[in-house]
Design a binder for this molecule. Structure first.
Ligand SMILES: *Cc1c(COP(=O)(O)O)cnc(C)c1O
Length: 372
């Protein structure tokens, strides 16, 4: 699904040198590399504050702690996403409210959010799923109207640009009150281990969060709030510093691969390709995900495996049906899209090193199968 080795080969010299420098310096935690990366990412995203942390799941949890959400507060998020988003809501004893998604862009459905808002709702967590920016104008409008926080889960969307209705272009993750991301190796900006970050333009929230990631300490050995230990280490930071200048090139390589896939699937009635916007960079193709019609998806998965073509099903089970997150409050009639998508979707290999020959082989194998 990804080719991390091919990508490494192209920046090997820089990575090897800087990783060895970190080892020589022995500044493994909170060293100058972490600070430098923080500043560079603030510049790239055009946000006032980046707070690095240990992974994308922690980033979500810490963002919610920083906002002061309290047990019983309701947090609305998408039913069709990775479990980390709902997991931290539950861990903090907040009440997850899962809602359906849009069938075209796979992101949280605005009408479904409206229906789910109650007097207990405190926050909305849109996920820029598969790298496609959610409809942030509508989400920010709802948040304003109902006095809610917006936490953008940007783990799959780093580098995407959202064009607001006023024409202003903003990087995803910097639109809501707070944004989070993951630097897991397979993400669009991945390190060589675990890593994550929280972003915000709010000075006070940034200060709160900087304490939370460090055991709730604002002054050495004075613990003002209950915190956690969540740090990005210097080796990961130096890898990220080597890769950040290439992020836009990496994302455009992904977009080029997506265009080629889509071109190959043109006029295929059983294959619905993802939205590709020609006029903007709202999609960074963390995944290239098809919907299949009148096709046995699982049989196609088995066929591709036999042909040694990697593929993935993101995600095979709606969150509201997961054992950990089931709840009597949910009504199946409220999840028609997610319930269908989990049966229809398939994600194809997507990374920065895909070549035309690979794309031709993958697409022709799929086209032959669905038309057989
Ligand atoms: C990967 C991911 C996370 C979690 O990130 P980790 O670094 O693996 O903890 C959270 N949300 C989404 C949407 C993700 O894709």
């Amino acid at each position: 699904m990804v080719d991390l080795k091919g990508q490494y080969q192209k920046i090997k010299e820089r990575i090897d040198t800087s990783v060895l420098e970190v080892i020589e310096s022995s500044a493994f935690v909170n060293g100058p590399e972490v600070h430098a990366f923080q500043k560079e990412l603030e510049g790239y995203l055009d946000v006032n504050h980046v707070i690095p942390c240990a992974n994308g799941t922690d980033a979500l949890q810490i963002a919610m702690m920083g906002l002061g959400l309290q047990p019983g507060d309701e947090v609305i998020t998408a039913d069709f996403t990775f479990a980390a988003t709902v997991e931290v809501i539950a861990l903090l004893h907040l009440t997850p409210v899962l809602v359906d998604v849009d069938p075209v862009n796979f992101n949280i459905d605005i009408e479904a959010i409206k229906k789910a808002i109650t007097p207990k709702t405190k926050a909305i967590v849109p996920v820029h799923l598969f790298g496609m920016a959610a409809n942030m104008d509508a989400i920010m409008d709802l948040a304003k109207e109902h006095d809610l926080y917006v936490i953008e889960d940007n783990a799959q969307g780093i580098g995407a640009t959202y064009t607001g209705r006023d024409g202003k272009k903003v990087k995803t993750g910097g639109i809501g009150h707070v944004g989070t991301t993951s630097f897991f190796p397979s993400k669009n900006l991945g390190c060589y281990g675990d890593g994550g970050a929280i972003f915000t333009n709010d000075d006070e929230l940034a200060h709160t969060i900087r304490g939370i990631v460090n055991h709730g300490m604002y002054k050495r050995y004075h613990h003002d709030v209950v915190g956690v230990n969540s740090r990005l280490d210097s080796i990961q930071a130096t890898v990220l510093r080597a890769k950040l200048p290439h992020l836009d090139t990496y994302n455009s390589a992904r977009r080029d691969a997506a265009r080629k896939y889509t071109e190959a699937f043109m006029n295929q009635e059983k294959i619905i390709t993802p939205v590709i916007c020609d006029s903007c960079d709202c999609h960074v193709f963390h995944q290239y995900t098809l919907r299949l019609k009148d096709t046995d998806r699982d049989a196609l998965v088995a066929h591709l495996q036999k042909k040694q073509i990697p593929c993935g099903v993101y995600y095979p089970i709606p969150l509201h049906k997961q054992k950990a997150y089931q709840d009597d409050r949910y009504n199946e009639a409220d999840f028609p899209v997610t319930n269908q998508l989990v049966q229809d979707v398939i994600s194809l290999p997507m990374h920065t090193e895909l070549d035309d020959e690979q794309i031709a082989f993958i697409t022709s194998t799929i086209i032959d199968f669905v038309n057989k």
